[in-house]
Design a protein around this ligand. Sequence first.
Ligand SMILES: Cc1cc2nc3c(=O)[nH]c(=O)nc-3n(C[C@H](O)[C@H](O)[C@H](O)COP(=O)(O)O)c2cc1C
Length: 357
Amino acid sequence: MAHLFDSLSLRSVRLKNRIGVSPMCMYSSQDGFANDFHVVHSGTRSVGGVGLFMTEATAVAATGRITPYDMGIWKDEHVEPLARVVRAIKAGGAVAGIQLAHAGRKASVDRPWGPTANQPLDWSRDGWPVVAPSAIPSTEKSPTPHALNAAEIQAVQAAFVSATQRALAAGYELIEIHGAHGYLAHSFLSPISNSRTDNYGGPFEGRVRFLIETIVKVRAGMPDDVPLAVRLSCTDWTPGGWTPEDSVALSKLLKVVGVDLVDCSSGGNVQSAKIPVAPGFQVPFAEKIRKEADLATAAVGLITDAAQANTIITSGKADMVLLAREMLRNPYFAFQAARSLGKPNAVHLPQQYERAE
Ligand SMILES: Cc1cc2nc3c(=O)[nH]c(=O)nc-3n(C[C@H](O)[C@H](O)[C@H](O)COP(=O)(O)O)c2cc1C
């Protein structure tokens, strides 16, 4: 079995170890643009020794942003500032990945700080109309979304394709499509948020159509050697919702259409869901998909400790781990983990920092 500090190859991309920074919105962009903060944030974590840095949910359309401060990639002008972020990641020694996203019915809220934190924005001022598979609001306070028609669905899919081209132009080496957390793709998957009667709704085959078609179109525009990942919410944690078995069935289809890694998260589509949050609570989904769909997986969620992370890999539960909040607290997690696992040579600080090793 592999070790946390063994490399992982996905198509032609080689991660030097199996630790990645999970995508995290920084809510620090204006008009979608990456800026100095993103360069510092990404570079610092990459210097800390991770194999992969995944840039935050980056909106494929202005109306697909969660907040007005989200990172965006809906116009060519976004490419060069993102290329700076990519250069910072690569200079730090990590592989640069990016998560492409459309927030669907969870769009148009304020960022998670300030007097109106997370509250729906006013359409007449700074908000915008939101879209979804069906006219079912995300929460009691959320606006009723516009149900996308077939032409509008194709326009969103085209936006994912263009965004992928821009991400590649910026130098990203791995693309992840956000299919989790109640955002647009997930809301198509789940019967709780998708009550369509056309071929994008109804049975499993209909509800997965939006994501599968999007992947087919995105993959067709990507070089063969660039890996493609998808983040799934592997369960809605709600009776009548999306299930782990659905995630396995979907992953088998994703494998056929050229997905290389499923990033196994959960929840986000049903605000009242009771989620049994505990260390490593989502790891069983990564294990299930890895074994039953025979596809590489990333485990994420309350992974905070080197031994815990290594056991996930050595026991064959996932191919890599993604850490989010721990990476905010400790950008040097990977460097320190290598030492605590008795592999001091697995992670070197940059030469400039050599005297600290
Ligand atoms: C500040 C913050 C921003 C996040 N933004 C995103 C995001 O852009 N895309 C995403 O899929 N998940 C996002 N998440 C979820 C994380 O990627 C991760 O799945 C979750 O925090 C669980 O991992 P952890 O326990 O290591 O923090 C975010 C989490 C945090 C804390």
